[in-house]
Design a protein around this ligand. Structure first.
Ligand code: NOJ
Length: 920
């Protein structure tokens, strides 16, 4: 790159974080990304000219079954009219319960002398190694027969079956005998095999374009040597009878995936994009190539296991959803999930890619961050003012400038002369600290020298250490793709953390962000361990970094505390070791609005521990926006206030009343509901379930709910929230399915359903002045909360619980509670409490335990000191006293019915870790 160009880009990136709007010209559009334009063009031509036989067929003589690994194998033959035939090995397996179908198509490449010796010549096929939690085992293929021109394959243990057509590469996927998905229905399979530039002409299909096959004409990226030439893979998938797709984080766009015809495809490409454009399909920091669709009867999911630059087109041509996936390189590796409901799809997906981590309890509290708290006394001042103002928080954050000249793993000596003292002071107050560590290391100091010495830096295209520019100026980047790279990185934390349990780590800029790089990132032809180009692994780089951070911390803490790691970029599988947030948003109403669909999309794709910067990272929010943002943000699974360095200070203690108390109420509400949130995190850890849960997940039969992304449920709790995201709003309507709903604040019944129920969506109007968050509690649920004010999560552990019972139209409700020590891994060996509460017929409330820890301390205080029952229209069903059976005790307690909407039992003297019954 010319030096002037370099300076321009560097100047641009370092200042974009400060002032400008995001400038789209720095990122490619599909028609300036060679492989995207070529594949779109191929798709157009092949669909127009679909009369000739398929270029891709199955070689029947190559079919074999491998009984050891329970797999089906065959060669896909690519027939090029010039006479060239290529064999592409195809493999298919049924995973898990047999309702998960995985297949791959690889390329066998003969050795090419003309390729640089530093490169591994095979296609990168290890994305699954990073994305999957373990290597999945397959179930036996028991049904296999040839019927006409297709092979039918199934597994006895499952409801799924596939038909593979021999004369084209087409796969019908059946679920419970219904056609659920079709692979390559539109013949868009395109496998750009390896060929030299000289022989390219013989290797092209008539429908192919050769646009930018051997060089990149996009502005500033002409230095990409593209040694392999064209090597993209693309394939289409039809979701039969599904008209809604969702997932595919992270895009600043609606929850339901939009049609892309005539516009840009969705792009997955980790990029540093401060002030990303709201409502677009542009790439941002996180990239999870996973979508889900559902209809009234069933659901399906698709995971495209590829970490290269990827673009996806979508279309809903009526009665189905069509998708076309295009990746710059890598192999085709696909997993299809089949089930009755979308929740089961996410369960299967997170069974494969790993369950979201169960964070320590402090990490699900409120986080106070800013770029930057200047020194130790600044931190301690913020801390004491938060306490004085009764704004609970658990963790305070130090951004970039705590470091000595932006050298990570060091502290600015005059500002933070004694980090251990700071951590101890905070720890004694029941608080934690998180500090920022990016994967770039300033050239020429101990840590970067160690990386270079151990040969674990990202390399340039000639195999030498890659140098680029980021915050500290010229830097090297850790390459955590090798085992050694991961260890070196993990060990760096040893001295830095020094065993201090209340220190967490924030891996930022890990796309990786490279200020002087094309599209803000590392050159695609830079090289990682094993000789693989960055091009092939780009989107999974961050996962390798934050996973190494997590493993390093886990070794250091040695079971005494669960490491807390936040990462900006993320990929499928990141949920196992980190939380994330939506990056550099702006303090304006449209960013508040879009944060909800963004967090919802991440939640259905396993990345449940997600939030957005409150109240917008860039610019200065107006007061009303701050209030509304806290009222919305308290529901983000990751709840952090953060602001850019040029913004005005906005810690909540600086606000005047009534704004101050509105914000305080919002933060305190999060803490009152910590038991409910922690239970939701526990379930997310168990089966991947969303913590901020989209309507369609709770009511999958109401398919119109797929398009509703401005309201959500909190886990399985029945709490339904519609935050206000528009200025000057004092009233809103919440969309609900048939049922009973209570106003969360006073339990006033809002709607009583007919007992027969209907499938229509209805609206509940609700007042929403600045002091009010519109929240409903759906009948049929019992929630747990703690009602006092305490300054951080650890102090809530000694408080008793309140149960809130919200009966459905039949007078029934149920709920659950998870509690553990909030800190260690002891829950993994059974030291946790899991209790289930049920309310029947307005006559009996019962507490049952599913697991009680042998260590009584483990679950904190388990006393239930208050039970509130929403009485709706059934006032008459509740008498003035209740009879309680608890252990061998039987006693009577009075019921307070002074409110028209609730009956309250105070001091029932029952415990969440015991079995008891209350009769009305
Ligand atoms: C970019 C991050 O997105 C932002 O949150 C952080 O404050 C800055 N980097 C500075 O470290």
């Amino acid at each position: 790159m010319q030096f002037s160009r370099f300076l321009q880009l560097f100047f641009f990136w370092s200042h974009l974080h400060a002032v400008s709007a995001f400038d789209q010209y720095l990122l490619r559009k599909c028609n300036t990304a060679g492989f995207c334009k070529r594949n779109r063009q191929y798709a157009e031509n092949i669909q127009r000219n679909n009369t000739h036989p398929s270029y891709y067929v199955i070689d029947e003589s190559s079919i074999r079954y491998d009984g050891n690994e329970n797999s089906f194998h065959a060669n896909v033959i690519k027939n090029i009219p010039s006479g060239i035939k290529l064999e592409l090995p195809f493999k298919l397996q049924f995973l898990q319960d047999g309702n998960v179908v995985r297949f791959s198509i690889d390329e066998i490449r003969s050795y090419k002398d003309y390729l640089p010796k530093v490169l591994n010549q095979r296609r990168y096929n290890e994305t699954s190694k990073w994305a999957f939690a373990d290597s999945p085992s397959a179930v036996p293929i028991t049904e296999r027969k040839k019927v006409e021109n297709k092979i039918v394959i199934g597994s006895n243990s499952s409801d799924s079956r596939i038909e593979l057509f021999l004369d084209s590469f087409l796969i019908n996927v059946y679920w419970k005998n219904q056609l659920s998905m079709v692979v390559n229905e539109r013949s868009l399979l395109n496998y750009e095999h390896l060929r030299s530039k000289d022989e390219n002409f013989k290797n092209l299909l008539p429908e192919e374009s050769d646009f930018d096959m051997f060089h990149d004409s996009f502005n500033y990226s002409r230095s990409d040597t593209m040694p392999f030439g064209p090597e993209s893979v693309s394939l289409d998938f039809t979701f039969n009878e599904f008209e809604n797709l969702y997932g595919l984080p992270e895009h600043p766009a609606s929850f339901r995936i939009e049609e892309t015809i005539g516009g840009e495809p969705y792009r997955l490409f980790a990029a540093d994009v401060p002030r990303y454009d709201v409502g677009t399909r542009m790439p941002t920091y996180g990239n999870i190539p996973f979508v889900i669709g559902n209809n009234e009867k069933s659901a399906a999911g698709l995971f495209w296991v590829n970490a290269a630059d990827t673009w996806i087109d979508f279309k809903y041509p009526g009665g189905k959803a069509q998708s076309h996936w295009m990746s710059e390189t890598g192999i085709i590796d696909v997993v299809m999930f089949l089930a009755d409901t979308p929740m089961e799809i996410t369960d299967k997906y997170t069974n494969l890619t790993g369950r979201p981590t169960l964070p320590k309890e402090a990490a699900i509290g409120h986080h106070q961050s800013r770029w930057n708290y200047y020194n130790e006394s600044d931190v301690m001042n913020v801390d004491s003012n938060m306490e004085k103002g009764e704004f609970p928080y658990d963790i305070i954050w130090l951004d970039l400038d705590y470091t000595d000249e932006k050298k990570f793993f060091t502290w600015k000596p005059d500002a933070f002369p004694n980090p251990a003292r700071l951590l101890k002071r905070l720890g004694d107050l029941g608080r934690g600290l998180v500090v920022l560590i990016d994967p770039h290391l300033k050239k020429d100091y101990y840590y970067s020298n160690t990386v270079v010495k151990n040969d674990v830096a990202i390399k340039n295209r000639t195999g030498q250490t890659f140098f680029g520019t980021c915050w500290p100026g010229v830097s090297v980047w850790i390459d955590t793709f090798s085992e050694l790279g991961g260890k070196v990185w993990g060990n760096f934390y040893r001295n830095f953390v020094n065993g201090t349990k209340n220190l967490g780590i924030w891996n930022d800029m890990d796309e990786p962000s490279v200020f002087d790089g094309i599209e803000t990132t590392a050159p695609k032809n830079s090289i990682h361990a094993g000789g693989f180009e960055h091009r092939a692994v780009h989107n999974v780089y961050s996962l390798t970094v934050h996973q190494a951070t997590y493993n390093g911390l886990a070794n250091i803490f040695n079971g005494t505390t669960r490491p807390f790691v936040l990462t900006r970029s993320h990929f499928a599988g990141s949920q196992r070791t980190a939380g994330t947030w939506t990056g550099d948003n702006v303090a304006s109403w449209n960013y508040l609005q879009i944060s909800i669909p963004m967090v919802l999309s991440s939640n259905v794709a396993g990345m449940s521990f997600t939030g957005a910067d409150i109240a917008g990272f860039l610019d200065n929010p107006e007061d009303e926006l701050i209030i509304r943002w806290y009222q919305a943000g308290l529901w983000y699974p990751f709840f952090r206030a953060h602001a850019q360095n040029e913004t005005r200070r906005r810690e909540p203690f600086l606000f005047k009343d009534p704004m101050r108390s509105y914000v305080r109420n919002a933060i305190q509400l999060r803490y009152h509901l910590l038991p409910t949130f922690y239970t939701a995190f526990f379930k997310s850890n168990l089966n991947g379930s969303p913590i901020m849960k989209p309507m369609i997940f709770e009511k999958p039969k109401h398919t119109n709910f797929a398009a509703v992304d401005d309201q959500f449920y909190v886990g399985d709790s029945g709490i339904l929230v519609k935050p206000i995201v528009k200025k000057n709003t004092s009233f809103t309507q919440i969309q609900v399915a048939d049922g009973v709903y209570y106003d969360f604040h006073n339990l006033k019944p809002q709607k009583i359903a007919s007992k027969n129920g209907t499938s229509d969506i209805k609206y509940i109007g609700i007042a929403a002045g600045l002091d009010k968050i519109p929240i409903l509690l759906e009948g049929g649920h019992i929630i747990t909360k703690r009602e006092s004010y305490r300054k951080s999560s650890v102090f809530y552990r000694n408080d008793p619980y309140t149960l809130v019972v919200a009966p459905d139209a039949f007078g029934n409700a149920c709920g659950d509670l998870y509690a553990d020590d909030g800190e260690t891994w002891a829950h993994k060996s059974g030291q946790y409490l899991y209790s289930v509460f049920s309310f029947q017929d307005f006559r009996c409330l019962m507490g049952n335990t599913a697991n009680v820890p042998s260590n009584h301390e483990a679950a904190g205080n388990t006393l239930i000191d208050k039970i509130v029952i929403a009485i709706g229209n059934n006032n008459a069903s509740i008498g003035d006293t209740v009879k309680i059976n608890s252990g061998d005790q039987q006693y009577t307690v009075n019921v307070d019915k002074s409110s028209p909407y609730e009956a309250i039992i105070t001091h029932p003297m029952v415990y969440a870790n015991e079995t008891w019954q209350i009769y009305f």
